[in-house]
Design a protein around this ligand. Structure first.
Ligand SMILES: Cc1cc2nc3c(=O)[nH]c(=O)nc-3n(C[C@H](O)[C@H](O)[C@H](O)COP(=O)(O)OP(=O)(O)OC[C@H]3O[C@@H](n4cnc5c(N)ncnc54)[C@H](O)[C@@H]3O)c2cc1C
Ligand SMILES: NC(=O)c1ccc[n+]([C@@H]2O[C@H](COP(=O)([O-])OP(=O)(O)OC[C@H]3O[C@@H](n4cnc5c(N)ncnc54)[C@H](O)[C@@H]3O)[C@@H](O)[C@H]2O)c1
Length: 449
């Protein structure tokens, strides 16, 4: 029997969930199709467990650095118990019930599109007026010689671990590598971070890379830049990596933080006229439309691989489908790496502005030299803010910050970039004293524009 719905959402990660919920609320009959757990990578193996485990680390740092408080200790048993609660013990029964009660047709199985508006999943045949592709990405594990002989983890094993290894090597130099190193080193794991590039967080400003490297090293991480693992083998209980500099390292676990690849294979996308880019991501327009009556949202589009962007695109696609279209804009969307302290950015980097031929001015502020909040917050205060402005439009086009709670206060720059607030107005804006937000006013004073 073929079942008909208004909209079939394939993949119920954060993108799919937001689109499905918005459409259900608008009265649409929705099929919510999910092959693993409703909530996707973010809820069980990504953002939620990583940020839950980084929070005690952050709290410990706060106690270590604030004057007049001492004695904090990390407790792995309690931290991992709370992590398990936060990832729902890898059980999505509540989500299945919730969507079913709202009237959705919940299908647990791998969907395959068989033609325009036609889908097979879990042995069922569905027809749908519209299809939303929200299938996300999966971890890439490089084809390392001898990988079968070592203990190799991705984010999935790392963020569901019940016991922590004593020694790990993390391969990669971006968000997952930095956050994982931050979490593990503070929980007492000996961490060697192997990055093939010359700096961490290569897509961000070089100065942010410099600061994150310093803070990770101070926390005890052994960072090896320009380092490549050539092969793996076993030595008793140890996993061994031979490196390209002729040395070898003995560890318990190798964690691959080496990026993601879109789940677009074997989906049947060729049957509905969807085009993929050369990396396999679904091409979409600024309404997230991928073909006639087909939308794509979230990581599978390769636009900006963050949960907040997947959710935004879920709103964009649902509204478009509901006849209330508004184009997506990605100007100023924050990018945060939850290190200790946090590394946050919004808008363009200097390099991107140069490529676009913009004439710019920039400044960097050491917060401790300019405002009070870093000093009331902690001893030996940390905190840097960088601003990039376009001299033509006299607006902010980029910002980066490394400091406590930077994930929160980057939003000031985010909004300024998105809405093109004149520098003159930003300079006249008054922030609460004493807050990290005061850094903007202080930095803007130095901007030669
Ligand atoms: C360790 C880690 C930490 C992260 N931390 C953050 C963070 O702090 N903040 C942030 O913004 N982002 C973070 N991210 C990124 C974030 O997880 C992703 O951007 C987000 O999950 C993307 O959502 P999505 O809905 O596009 O895809 P996903 O979450 O990948 O969900 C896609 C879903 O589709 C399902 N699916 C795939 N194919 C099919 C099929 N054929 N049929 C049925 N179902 C299918 C999958 O099972 C999955 O549940 C992190 C990622 C990792 C790995
Ligand atoms: N706070 C956040 O928002 C957050 C946190 C974690 C992850 N994420 C997202 O999750 C995704 C995955 O993050 P990621 O850090 O794994 O991916 P990434 O693509 O950002 O970085 C991959 C890293 O692995 C390295 N690498 C790739 N292939 C390699 C190989 N064969 N050998 C050695 N090194 C190799 C790259 O040089 C790079 O440093 C990203 O899209 C990221 O934005 C977001």
């Amino acid at each position: 029997m073929t079942e008909h719905v208004d909209v079939a959402v394939i993949g119920m990660g954060p993108g799919g969930e937001v689109a499905a919920s918005r459409l259900i609320k608008a009265g649409k009959k929705v099929a919510a199709i999910e092959q693993e757990l409703i909530g996707g990578e973010c809820a069980y193996w990504g953002c939620i467990p990583s940020k839950t485990l980084l929070r005690p680390v952050e709290a410990l740092t706060e106690v270590d650095r604030a004057a007049g408080v001492s004695g904090a200790e990390l407790n792995w048993a309690e931290a991992s118990n709370y992590r398990d609660y936060m990832i729902r013990n890898l059980d999505d029964t509540g989500q299945i019930d919730g969507y079913s009660k709202q009237g959705a047709l919940v299908v647990k199985g791998t969907a395959r599109i068989t033609g325009p508006g036609r889908i097979e999943a879990d042995g069922r045949e569905l027809t749908a007026d519209h299809i939303i592709i929200a299938t996300g990405t999966e971890a890439v594990v490089p084809n390392l010689d001898g990988i079968e002989n070592i203990t190799a983890w991705t984010n999935r094993e790392t963020y569901t671990a019940t016991t922590l290894p004593k020694r790990v090597a993390i391969i990669g130099g971006s968000a997952v590598a930095v956050e994982t190193a931050t979490f593990l080193t503070r929980f007492g794991v000996h961490v060697i971070l192997l990055h093939r590039g010359q700096r961490l967080l290569e897509r961000e400003e070089p100065r942010a890379s410099e600061l994150v490297t310093r803070y990770l090293q101070e926390a005890g991480v052994d960072i090896r830049l320009g380092a490549t693992a050539l092969r793996g083998h076993r030595d008793g209980n140890s996993s061994v990596l031979d490196l390209d500099d002729g040395t070898a390292i003995n560890i318990d676990v190798v964690i691959f933080a080496t990026g993601r690849t879109p789940r677009t294979q074997n989906l049947g996308l060729d049957t509905i006229g969807v085009t993929l880019d050369d990396r396999g991501y679904v091409k979409v327009d600024n309404h997230c439309k991928a073909a006639e009556n087909v939308w794509a949202i979230g990581d599978v589009t390769g636009v900006m691989p963050f949960t907040h962007v997947a959710k935004y695109q879920g709103r964009i696609a649902a509204d478009s489908l509901l006849g209330k279209p508004h184009p997506a804009t990605y100007e100023g969307i924050p990018r945060v790496v939850f290190g200790d302290p946090e590394i946050a950015a919004a808008g363009r980097t200097q390099k991107q502005a140069n490529v676009q031929g913009l004439t710019t001015v920039s400044t960097e502020l050491d917060l401790a030299k300019a405002i009070a909040r870093p000093w009331t917050y902690e001893q030996n205060p940390r905190g840097h803010l960088g601003l990039l402005a376009d001299t033509g439009s006299k607006t902010l086009i980029g910002a980066w910050a490394v400091g406590p709670m930077a994930a929160e206060w980057i939003h000031h720059a985010s909004l300024a970039i998105r809405t093109k607030i004149p520098i003159e107005t930003l300079r006249d804006q008054v922030a609460q004293f004493p807050t990290y937000n005061e850094a903007y006013q202080a930095a803007l004073e130095h901007l030669k524009i």
